[in-house]
Design a protein around this ligand. Structure first.
Ligand SMILES: Cc1ncc(COP(=O)(O)O)c(C=O)c1O
Length: 362
């Protein structure tokens, strides 16, 4: 059944262009063929170029959450513990992944809408030894970003502590320089800023993280970092059958992204975020994310003053072939979220916001 397509202004999955979708329809080839070796190597080479990194890069057929299990099972020893900075639903999941893997983690709670800061992490690192610090670069449930660069600087003083970053909703949209900023594991999914269908998870892994993984027992099979990266080193392939069709589209999309350039992509996202912030304030809404830490890929509009009906808005938007996201979890109705990521443009955003103005008679 094909429903009317609604342009996705939600914080993922986001719009996928027709030419990118069509790449997936190409005839298949075997994952042990030369063609696949060339394809996978091309995807990883382009990712390294885009993120200016010499670290290990891997793409797994799974959604981004798999890297939470990977972090838990590969990077935390049975004796050690992680510090999980939790300021929303997705950063909370990382803590759960570690606990559910039978490992230990301290949970540092931060109010939703507020950012995790260098000072907060520094205070914890001064009181305890942590094998890893985890947080979201971009907490999609609140639209709050972290100052990853500054936190990376701090972590350079703690060489035994790995910097583990969930960048699911900002990698490929916001700036990300893993080598310069000193991340040890930073991961994402294809359905957000890469503007592809869901189904692939991308990870960038430092040698330090891989060395840690070598000392950790019981890493499982599908999520064993050492095994996955070792297989690539030897054969330039993946240990099991990947989503070849989606990798084909990813290879194609990365060429487009390299042509536009990481800085230009960032600027396009920032411009859309700034425009959305101004629009919200102009119409009497608030911004849920703390000033100075506002996401460039998703804006969370504070609806508590005006109390507009978000479900009714989405019903009316659907008739115009558009959709936005309601607030997340406890902030449903109190906030609404506009995902301006991937291939979206300022012109498209202006059309969306004009449609909301018309429906709400703003
Ligand atoms: C910040 C963040 N982390 C993790 C996830 C989970 O990613 P996936 O659904 O690809 O497993 C999401 C999904 O929205 C997210 O926004």
């Amino acid at each position: 059944m094909i429903l009317l397509h609604k342009k996705l202004w939600i914080p993922g999955p986001t719009e996928v262009k027709e030419d990118v979708l069509m790449e997936q329809a190409k005839p298949l080839f075997g994952h042990r063929s030369k063609d696949f070796t060339l394809l996978y190597d091309s995807v990883l080479t382009q990712l390294r170029e885009f993120f200016k990194t010499e670290q290990h890069v891997l793409v797994i057929t799974a959604s981004g959450t798999i890297f939470m299990d990977i972090a838990a099972r590969n990077l935390i020893t049975n004796e050690g513990k992680a510090l999980c900075c939790v300021n929303g639903s997705f950063s909370s999941r990382m803590h759960k992944a570690i606990i559910d893997s039978g490992k230990k983690a301290d949970r540092m709670e931060i109010d939703w809408g507020k950012a995790v800061t260098v000072e907060m992490i520094k205070e914890k690192l001064e009181t305890s030894n942590y094998e890893a610090v985890t947080f979201c670069y971009n907490e999609t449930s609140t639209g709050v970003k972290a100052d990853l660069k500054a936190i990376g600087e701090l972590l350079k003083n703690y060489p035994d502590t790995l910097l583990v970053v969930d960048a699911v909703s900002s990698m490929g949209g916001d700036m990300l320089l893993p080598d310069e900023w000193g991340t040890d594991l930073v991961f994402a999914s294809t359905q957000k800023c890469f503007a592809l269908p869901p189904g692939l998870a991308i990870g960038i892994v430092s040698q330090k993280a891989l060395d840690r993984a070598k000392t950790v027992p019981d890493k499982g099979m599908y999520i064993n970092l050492e095994a996955i990266l070792g297989y690539y080193d030897k054969k330039k392939q993946t240990p099991s059958t990947p989503n070849i069709s989606l990798l084909t589209a990813f290879d194609y999309k990365l060429k487009q992204m390299l042509t536009e350039g990481a800085e230009n992509i960032y600027r396009r996202h920032k411009e859309m975020a700034d425009y959305t912030h101004e629009w919200a304030l102009k119409h009497g809404f608030g911004l849920f994310a703390e000033e100075g830490f506002r996401s460039v890929t998703v804006t969370t509009v504070d609806n508590r003053e005006k109390n507009m009906d978000i479900d009714a808005l989405n019903k009316a938007l659907a008739e115009k072939g558009l959709v936005i996201a309601n607030g997340y979890g406890p902030f449903k109705g109190k906030t609404f979220r506009i995902g301006h990521m991937g291939d979206h443009t300022l012109d498209g955003l202006k059309e969306l916001l004009a449609a909301i103005e018309e429906i709400w008679e703003l």
